[in-house]
Design a protein around this ligand. Structure first.
Ligand code: C2E
Ligand code: CA
Ligand code: CA
Ligand code: CA
Length: 277
C-alpha cells in the first residue's frame, strides 16, 4: 500500500509539473503571438430575421500558431484569463477591430463590430479611455463597436462594472450580454445595468425544436427583452427549422452556421457581395 501511495504521489507531482510547464509555455507562446502578429480576427455576420439583412458582425479571435496551426479561443482564452495576459489580448482585439472598422467604413461598409470582452478587462481600469483613443487613432468611432460580456461575468460584480459600462455607452458603444440564460441574472441588476442586447445562449437554440423546456426559456428571454426594451439575438442557429421557430417566437436577430461561419475579413467582403444587393 505504501508503494502504491508513493507511486500515486509521484504520478501526481509529475502531472502538476507537466501542467505548470504547459501553462508557462503557452503563456510565453501567447506573448510572442501578440508581438509577432499571429493573432487574427474572424467575423461572423448577424442577420435580421425579417429582412434577411446584415445587422453587424461579431469578431472572434483566432491564433495562427506557427507549429500547431489555427487555434480556437477555447484553447487559450481560459489560460489567459488567469492573469493579465487577457488584458493585453483584449486590447489587441479592440485595436484590430478599430483598424478593420476604419477600413470598412472608408469603403462604405457601415456596420458594427462586436468584440468579446472578459470581465477582468473591464474591472482592470480604463477600458473606456483605451477604447476611445484607439477608435480615434485608427479613424473610426466608438459607436461602431459593441462589447459582448458573458452573463456570468457581468453578474459576478455588477456594481464594479456599471461605471465603466455607463461611460462606454455614453460614447456610443453598445453593450450585449452574452450566453444569456446560462448565468443567474438578478432582474434588479438587469434593469439597472446599462445594456442594449441579450444574446440567447446556443445551448437553448440547439435543443429548442426537440425540447419544450428550451423553447420555453427562449420565449421567456424574448419577453424579458421586450419588457426591458432590449434587442435579442439568438446564437448558434444551424438549421432552417430553428430559424423558423425563432421567427415564430418573435426573435429579431440571429447568428449561426446556417447563415455564415466566422471568416477572415476578406472572405466576409466576398460574402457581403454575394448576399446583399
Ligand atoms: P461566444 O462569444 O459565445 O462565441 C460564439 C461561438 O460559437 C464562437 O466560437 C463561434 O464560432 C461559435 N458559433 C457560431 N455559430 C455557431 C453555430 O451555428 N453552431 C456552433 N456549434 N457554433 C457556432 P469560438 O470562435 O470558438 O469562440 C468561443 C468563445 O471564445 C466565444 O464564445 C467567446 O466566449 C470566446 N472568445 C472568442 N473571441 C474572443 C475574444 O476576442 N476575447 C475574449 N475574451 N473571448 C473571446
Ligand atoms: Ca460572443
Ligand atoms: Ca455567446
Ligand atoms: Ca457560448
Amino acid at each position: 500500500a505504501k508503494a502504491a501511495g508513493g507511486n500515486t504521489y509521484r504520478f501526481f507531482r509529475q502531472e502538476m509539473l507537466e501542467r505548470t510547464t504547459r501553462r508557462l509555455t503557452l503563456e510565453i507562446d501567447l506573448r510572442r503571438a501578440i508581438a509577432n502578429s499571429e493573432l487574427e480576427l474572424h467575423y461572423q455576420p448577424k442577420i435580421d430575421l425579417n429582412s434577411g439583412g446584415l445587422t453587424g458582425v461579431e469578431a472572434l479571435l483566432r491564433w495562427r500558431h506557427p507549429l500547431h496551426g489555427m487555434q480556437a479561443p477555447g484553447e487559450f482564452i481560459p489560460l489567459a484569463e488567469e492573469n493579465s495576459l487577457i488584458c493585453d489580448i483584449g486590447i489587441w482585439v479592440i485595436e484590430e477591430a478599430c483598424r478593420q472598422s476604419a477600413k470598412w467604413r472608408s469603403r462604405g461598409l457601415d456596420f458594427r463590430i462586436a468584440v468579446n470582452i472578459s470581465a477582468r478587462q473591464l474591472e482592470s481600469g480604463d477600458l473606456y479611455q483605451q477604447l476611445c483613443s484607439l477608435a480615434h487613432l485608427h479613424g473610426t468611432t466608438p459607436a461602431q463597436l459593441e462589447l459582448e460580456l458573458t452573463e456570468s461575468s457581468l453578474m459576478e460584480n455588477p456594481e464594479g462594472v456599471t461605471g465603466q459600462l455607463n461611460q462606454l455607452r455614453q460614447a456610443g458603444v453598445r453593450i450585449a450580454v452574452d450566453d444569456f440564460g446560462t448565468g443567474y441574472s438578478s432582474l434588479a441588476y438587469l434593469r439597472r445595468l446599462p445594456i442594449d442586447i441579450l444574446k440567447i445562449d446556443r445551448s437553448f437554440v440547439s435543443d429548442a425544436i426537440a425540447d419544450e423546456e428550451d423553447a420555453q426559456i427562449i420565449k421567456t428571454i424574448l419577453a424579458l427583452g421586450q419588457s426591458l426594451k432590449l434587442a435579442v439575438v439568438a446564437e448558434g442557429v444551424e438549421s432552417r427549422s430553428q430559424a423558423e421557430l425563432l421567427q415564430t417566437l418573435g426573435c429579431d436577430q440571429v447568428q449561426g452556421y446556417l447563415y455564415a461561419r466566422p471568416m477572415p475579413a476578406a472572405e466576409l467582403e466576398d460574402w457581403l457581395l454575394e448576399h446583399q444587393e
